[in-house]
Design a protein around this ligand. Structure first.
Ligand code: ADP
Ligand code: MG
Length: 272
């Protein structure tokens, strides 16, 4: 509907948590697919040299592939390196080569802002940019955090989760002070959720009392289809649309759109 279409600003999100195995990659891939299924224009950026998000989208990590590595070292542009997946969204792929970028970047100008600078050229082409960060606070993650408007934090509701969050909140504080003052927490996402565990319930309610509205209402259950889909090179929404995992990520995508619509309505209603 042309009459009601407004230009929506790009929302740039880093999917991050210094802990490994909490569902960052699963979230980046499946949320991208679900946002695309809801007609959003999405770019996913794989910032992990393991390239799991890349293969999870059916893009092979061929060495010759132009990747986010070439972009970071200034040898390629976003337009040259992005690839259209079969699932309605674009990806900037990664492979092991990206591990080398860390060392090369140290010597470079604006080394923390290489990704942000590269993304500036694509502003407006996407509704969402989702970055899958590696499980470490290295220069790749720092590039992601400097380019992002906000972070999405997937977490498992287990004993050490809250401790890990304290570290992450401290990291975000440092990033705000040194690199990116506007960086917000977009939301905390409970992943691999097992409602039968008492500990999970306890951690989950502590999370809600500390972070309130920042905790997504949508919860991602432990679901074997989510773990199986990457070996077929597909997001779960394309692999088994009716699975609980697919439905959970779809609900999350809808929740994000509702939140951003509500936020835009508030902004537009405020006299400037
Ligand atoms: P990270 O990127 O944070 O290291 P991954 O997304 O790779 O975490 O997830 C770690 C492992 O757990 C992977 O094998 C993935 O397939 C599996 N996994 C992730 N989320 C779920 C879930 N909700 N249910 C079942 N398995 C999951
Ligand atoms: Mg990962």
């Amino acid at each position: 509907d042309v009459a009601t279409t407004t230009v929506k600003p790009t929302r740039i999100l880093a999917v991050t948590n210094q802990k490994g195995g909490v569902g960052k990659t699963t979230t980046a891939v499946n949320l991208s697919a679900c946002l695309a299924a809801l007609d959003q224009r999405v770019l996913m950026i794989d910032l992990d040299p393991q390239g799991n998000a890349t293969t999870g989208c059916g893009v092979f990590k061929r060495e010759a592939l132009p990747t986010v590595y070439q972009i970071l070292i200034g040898r390629s542009t976003l337009a040259q390196s992005r690839i259209r997946t079969d699932f309605g969204f674009d990806i900037l792929p990664a492979n092991r080569e990206l591990a080398g970028a860390e060392v090369e970047l140290i010597e470079m100008e604006r080394r923390e802002y290489r990704l942000r600078d590269a993304l500036a050229s694509a502003a407006g082409e996407y509704d969402f940019v989702l970055m899958d960060c590696p499980p470490a606070l290295n220069l790749l993650t720092v590039n992601g955090l400097a380019a992002a408007q906000a972070v999405m934090i997937p977490m498992q509701c287990e004993y050490y989760a809250l401790e890990g969050l304290t570290d992450l909140v401290a990291t975000l504080k440092r990033v705000r002070a040194n690199l990116n003052p506007r960086l917000e927490i977009e939301g905390l996402l409970r992943t691999m959720y097992d409602p039968r565990s008492t500990l999970t319930q306890q951690v989950s309610s502590e999370l809600e009392s500390h972070f309130g509205e920042k905790v997504y209402r949508s919860i991602i259950p432990r679901n074997v289809r989510l773990a199986e889909a990457p070996s077929y090179g597909k997001p779960v929404y394309a692999f088994d649309r009716n699975s609980r995992g697919a439905q959970a990520y779809l609900a999350l995508a809808q929740e994000m759109l509702e939140r951003s619509a509500a936020a835009n309505a508030t902004t537009q209603g405020t006299p400037s």
